[in-house]
Design a binder for this molecule. Structure first.
Ligand SMILES: Nc1ncnc2c1ncn2[C@@H]1O[C@H](COP(=O)(O)OP(=O)(O)OP(=O)(O)O)[C@@H](O)[C@H]1O
Ligand SMILES: [Mg+2]
Length: 227
């Protein structure tokens, strides 16, 4: 699903955010990307979604080559990808249900099916009693879970999640872990940037560590012993 060789990203201001990144992710896999603030986690996810362009190397996602991708290729990639970033990008003035349902509406899913699927996913993230609330009235952690629900409701082939448990308590971390596990049962490939070892405990996956833009695989539970 993901193939990266020697990927680098240098931002316009000269910041080298990623260098020599090699990564192979198989269909259906769960990969965690750990790393300190500024290590390049969000940058890596943005490259995978075609939101930022790599400056060196080769990167292929679902057979789409991102070094040379044109607008139609990026649109194709977006259609098969669900993503949650740190700013959520929810639509204010709309309810939690409307925000999630929009993701299926743009695909032309009829309202009765859309409503049923959207409510089911909101229940999975523990927000059944908030479905009718305007998103701007929700807590940060609730918004985070609406954003995750919106990303998974379409059952994308690839799910990219940036710190999906950043502000959540233990119970909510459990909801997120359950949603990620269920996505795995559906064969969805998942790349999750996180600092949160509670999530790794709940749902084991392959662990990669980013350090100053360089990515390496972490063996076993080595991450548990890091300082
Ligand atoms: N648009 C940008 N322009 C210039 N530099 C950027 C840009 N976005 C990120 N950077 C820089 O690239 C490096 C990696 O940033 P990135 O956001 O990928 O880190 P991160 O691992 O997601 O951090 P955090 O855990 O704080 O979210 C940092 O040095 C950051 O300052
Ligand atoms: Mg980040």
């Amino acid at each position: 699903m993901i193939h990266a060789r020697g990927v680098a990203k240098v931002y316009e201001n000269g910041t080298q955010a990623l260098q020599e990144v090699n990564l192979e992710v198989a269909e259906g896999e769960l990969v965690y990307v750990l790393g300190a603030s500024g290590a390049g986690k969000t940058t890596l996810l943005k490259l995978l979604l075609g939101m930022e362009r790599l400056t060196a190397g080769e990167l292929e996602v679902a057979g789409i080559s991102l070094a040379k991708a044109q607008a139609p290729d990026i649109r194709r990639l977006r259609r098969i990808t669900g993503s949650v970033f740190q700013d959520f990008k929810l639509i204010p003035g709309r309810t939690a249900l409307e925000n999630v349902a929009l993701s299926l509406r743009v695909l032309g899913v009829p309202w009765s099916e859309n409503r049923q699927r959207s409510l089911a996913v909101l229940e999975e993230v523990g927000l059944t009693d908030r479905v009718g609330s305007l998103v701007q009235t929700l807590s940060w952690g609730e918004r985070q879970r609406v954003a995750l629900a919106r990303a998974v409701v379409r059952e994308p082939r690839l799910l990219l999640a940036d710190e999906p448990t950043g502000n959540l308590d233990a119970v909510s971390v459990g909801y997120v872990a359950a949603v990620l596990a269920r996505a795995g049962e559906k064969g969805i490939t998942r790349v999750v940037a996180t600092h949160d070892t509670r999530l790794l405990d709940r749902l084991p996956g392959r662990v990669l560590q980013l350090e100053q833009g360089r990515l390496r695989e972490v063996a076993g539970k080595e991450w548990e012993n890091r300082p």
